[in-house]
Design a protein around this ligand. Structure first.
Ligand code: AMP
Length: 407
């Protein structure tokens, strides 16, 4: 069986994450992360099976990091690459699915840059560098926002003057779409349903956190908004606050926008609630067990606000086939799952404590008790989802009838 290969790239302003996936391989053939780009300490860490190595990127350039992938791919790819898949954070309203990258797609990603100023410009750099290094194969963009383009206007509009939406694109877009799509498909498979079917509430809980209501493979609502700051408590992001907080801080403390932006995105969330102890849930769970008041509060607020978000999103669904936990916290923290589901007893949700304990290997599994609707722990795999979407797009294009010339 031929095994088509996709190189998945996620380019940040100072990092380049990559993974080489085979169509029929369950885990990546090669993966790695170049960090501290833009500095003389640029470094690429990669692994392939049991082999792990470091390569310095002395000039710290994205182009050098991209070029250093070439010999690795030659070494570990059993055949030539089929495509390169690029994770793009913001596709605005332009993109409802994967797209082959051409000049129009690049222009549309640039147009969405004001909505994701930290991410889209860096990802355009990644696209440009990768198209030079991996020429002559299709490059495909996969957007975090695309999955949520099925949300109805009553879910995506803010109650703001109309022209802010129609002229400036101010609306809710949602993010983590690749992960929500992947775990909801896996949930249907785990529950023996037709792939992609079912009514799911999904919680992606990593450094960034979001929830989603999904019916038969379509996102109907999600917790993140115009930017990834809206919604849940996250590692260092506040999630929802009173919008008047900005003017309050400006008028009373004299803070400028930069300062407020930094506080809400970098100093808040679990880090802020815990009094600066940590943004890492592992540290907080351990400190909570030792009675640390800040860690206790941070975990409690995180779980309550998560439950409140899931309960709110339930109104988008006709029924609940299951709740799915994923991401570093969702997959690995029995405490977070337990405290969250305790707030959702109204929905008949209850956890089986033994099933909730994290087993070795952390497989996808059911953890509900008795008659509760399904509660699932499903490890996310965004690289796999991106690979599948790239190959599906290539197959779709290959099966399109060739247009007949008319004269
Ligand atoms: P992600 O962005 O999906 O890689 O998730 C990263 C986050 O997962 C980290 O910041 C940790 O807070 C969290 N995490 C990872 N392992 C555990 C664990 N065993 N218990 C609690 N949280 C965890």
């Amino acid at each position: 069986m031929s095994d088509r290969l996709v190189l998945v790239i996620n380019c940040g302003s100072s990092s380049l994450k990559f993974a080489l996936l085979g169509e029929h391989h369950s885990s990546p053939l090669l993966s790695g992360l170049a960090e501290r780009l833009g500095t003389p300490e640029g470094i690429l860490n990669w692994k392939a099976g049991d082999i792990r190595e470091q390569v310095p990127i002395a000039d710290g350039r994205h182009s050098s990091a991209m070029t250093s992938l070439l010999p690795l791919i030659e070494r570990f790819a059993p055949q030539p690459l089929t495509a390169v898949g690029h994770r793009i954070v913001h596709g605005g309203e332009h993109f409802t699915g994967a797209r082959i990258i051409d000049d129009d797609v690049i222009a549309a990603i640039s147009q969405s840059a004001p909505l994701a100023p930290l991410h889209n410009p860096a990802q355009l750099t990644g696209i440009n560098e990768a198209r030079q290094v991996f020429a002559d194969i299709p490059h495909i963009a996969i957007f975090d926002t695309a999955f949520h383009q099925t949300m109805p206007p009553h879910a995506y509009r803010y109650a703001l003057p109309e022209e802010l939406y129609s002229e400036h694109g101010v609306r809710r877009y949602g993010f983590h779409g690749t992960s929500h799509r992947y775990v909801s498909t896996q949930a249907s498979l785990l529950m023996g349903m037709e792939p992609g079917h079912g009514a799911w509430l999904t919680a992606h809980l990593g450094n960034g956190c979001s929830t989603c209501a999904i019916l038969d493979g379509r996102s109907l609502d999600t917790s993140m908004g115009m930017t990834p700051l809206e919604g849940l408590v996250m590692g260092t992001r506040s999630g929802d606050v009173d919008p008047n907080l900005h003017s309050h801080l400006a008028r009373n403390l004299g803070w400028d926008l930069e300062r407020i932006d930094h506080m809400l995105n970098r100093e808040s969330g679990l880090l802020g609630l815990s009094g600066g102890l940590s943004n890492d849930m592992r540290t907080l769970v351990a400190a909570r067990a030792d009675g640390h008041p800040g860690a206790t509060l941070a975990v409690d607020v995180f779980c309550y606000r998560l439950a409140r978000s899931l309960a709110g999103l339930a109104v988008a669904l006709p029924r609940i086939d299951g709740v799915v936990f994923t991401g570093g916290i969702g997959e690995n923290s029995p405490l977070v799952r337990e405290l969250t589901v305790r707030h959702l007893a109204l929905f008949g949700l209850a956890i089986d404590p033994a099933a909730n304990a994290t087993p070795p290997g952390n497989p996808a599994r059911q953890i509900q008790a008795g008659n509760s609707p399904a509660i699932l722990v499903i490890p996310t795999d965004e690289e796999r989802q991106i690979t599948d979407e790239c190959l599906a797009l290539l197959d779709f294009n290959a099966n399109q009838p060739v247009e007949q010339e008319t004269d």
